[in-house]
Design a binder for this molecule. Sequence first.
Ligand code: ZN
Length: 497
Amino acid sequence: MKKLIKCLTAFGDISKLKNSTYEDLKQYDVYANSIREHEGAAYFIARTGSAKKLIAYGYNNTCKFAGEESMFNGKRLKICKMDNENSEILRDVFPFTKPVSQQGKNISFGLGDRLGIASPGHIKLIRDKNIFPILAQQSIRELNLTRRSFTDVLSAASWAVFQEGYTGGFGADGDHLQDEEEIKFALNSGFTMITLDCLRYVDKNVSGYTQTEVNEIYSSLPDNIQNVYNKRYNGKVFNLDNGVVIKFETDLFRKIVLTYYGVIQYVLQINRNVIKKSVNPADFEISIDETEIPTIPEAHFFIASELLRGGVNITSLAPRFCGEFQKGIDYIGDIREFTAGFKKHSEIAKHFGYKISIHSGSDKFRIYPIISKETHGRYHLKTSGTNWLEAIRVIAVTRPDLFRKIYDVALLNLDNARMYYHVNADICRLPVIDTLTDNELQELMNFDDVRQVLHISYGFILTKYKSEIYSVLYKYEDEYYQSLIKHIGKHCEYLQI
Ligand code: ZN
């Protein structure tokens, strides 16, 4: 508090506050980019003790934020908690802190922030780049494991946007949602994008059927559906741009219909019952990525074509590409095979007018140049856990003792954590860290097995060390931002942004 008073003594005038530099204000723990004038009063964020606060200064009687009021230099001063209630008022008073649609933006990044403190680092990186950030992005799985709500996630993003004075717009994605209730929950919390997880409706058994079985089941579909599908696709060839040809031979076509028929019915139902009824139209992503079976381009074409005919406004679609997209590590698989498939998927998306979406998209440096080239610079890339790993990297450097405890928790809970995420990490390859010096610990963050284990165990780690982790990252906030700028910046470099 003393620093705030000193700051107001030095810069108590709004125009002085606005004209002061980052260096001027840093000594008082005030975030220079956050200073805004509203109805003659100054609003900004300052660090006080162990938490940041929103400061309102010089208002008449119109300050809507809840907080502790006092007088300073004959002006009203209010110190407000940066909680969910005040964040709702923030979005009202400063509309740039409200999430918006990504329509018209060619490159978008999902920047999931499990701790709710990474977004200022992301904003510092992307604000001068041609990237639309989805700063609020969490799945129900992440919400459960971090014990946060959609409101908490959106609130953290809005405060971050205010702290950085970022007016370029951002999105909020309810990720991998599975039913109407979850979608309504996200939309009612103010989210602007819905990623629908259709995995449960992909019939994985079809790949094991003989063609005779496929034909038999196919002929049991209602006649009108068979007729329509036959007319639209059976034996048809579709020539897309850049030499991509999509051909539906009868046997393959029937397998595709049986595998994805449920997905189409399900998306149409969700679209009709929730998406179309939403007051604010949400960006709508269709996801079929988290499955063992790669989505062949013909299946992608069929799904998209049927959904568009059914009136679905697709913003992006996430197929399951060939190879492996594991959490927190580089692409595993044959690059030539990936390139051939990815090119087709990208052309299909372009043909139908939506973006291709790449899930578990962080750290896939080997394929970024291909993504950039084949999509012609129009795609959505989702990252999340990698931002959490950067937080752990900061802890490894600044508080090796806490890092050692975190590592132990991760190892201890590895089998349980694997129930939520599929990773290759092998416990036999994990280093014993007792023999490592503190300086050697940060190097661990570059080992795939260590990354994956720490990536998937966040729920268990937070249950045990939540407050310690938050207090270290509060103290070393700048280090965390720099670490994110460097790491996500490397993504941008490989993607040629
Ligand atoms: Zn996914």
